[in-house]
Design a protein around this ligand. Structure first.
Ligand code: SF4
Length: 211
């Protein structure tokens, strides 16, 4: 729970980011730019994490640790479209393999089992879409791998990192909305599968906004 002054500062940051994002989208019309622009959000979160490390607060997150890759991840439409675009430009056999994994994931989620299946993009304990992974994955951090592995209710995290990442993520969503673009988040595997199965998904998303 944030104090009133922290909540007010967060809201002000969200609005600042939102205004910048809306202005950028306004100045650079077109679906290609609107999809690629979400990469700025990702780079911003990565920089926030890197700055924390420079301050001497190295997080416990390492390649090969996939403790948080069984949790639900939500993505904005631009993030799902960016992942789909990158996957389409890669090898066809890899794309087919991932389509099968995503369909299987949807089937398992539909079954509603007690244990959530790991992310469909997780391969040999590594993220197979690491350069395009969504903000929800990038901002996840912990100072204790042990706490993550034991699925502790409270993970040791840095409030400053969390707030900076939240401001970027929610501010970006606000900017897209102010530009008229749908920013409704969806579960990661469902959103990417939908974007991969519909060749017109990106152009429809953008056209709906400017109609
Ligand atoms: S997209 Fe990558 S980092 Fe995110 S949950 Fe899936 S495997 Fe993990």
């Amino acid at each position: 729970m944030l104090h009133a002054d922290e909540a007010a500062a967060l809201q002000a940051s969200i609005e600042r980011v939102g205004a910048r994002v809306a202005a950028e989208l306004q100045a650079n019309p077109g679906v290609a730019y609107a999809v690629a622009f979400v990469g700025n959000l990702h780079r911003g979160i990565d920089q926030t994490m890197a700055q924390a490390a420079l301050r001497g607060e190295p997080v416990a997150c390492r390649a090969g640790c996939a403790s948080c890759c069984s949790l639900r991840v939500e993505v904005a439409p631009a993030e799902a479209l960016l992942i789909a675009q990158q996957l389409r430009s890669g090898p066809a056999d890899r794309l087919e393999q991932l389509l099968q994994a995503l369909r299987q994931q949807q089937f398992l989620l539909g079954q509603g089992g007690a244990v959530r299946p790991p992310c469909a993009f997780l391969q040999d304990a590594l993220c197979s879409i690491y350069p395009w992974r969504p903000a929800g994955c990038r901002k996840a951090h912990s100072f204790s791998a042990t706490a993550c592995q034991s699925a502790a209710a409270e993970l040791p995290q840095d409030l400053a990192i969390t707030l900076a990442a939240e401001a970027l993520q929610r501010g970006t969503a606000l900017g897209y909305r102010q530009h008229g673009l749908d920013g409704a988040v969806q579960e990661l595997s469902a959103a990417v599968l939908q974007a991969l199965e519909d060749d017109m998904a990106a152009s429809r998303w953008y056209a709906d906004a400017i109609d």
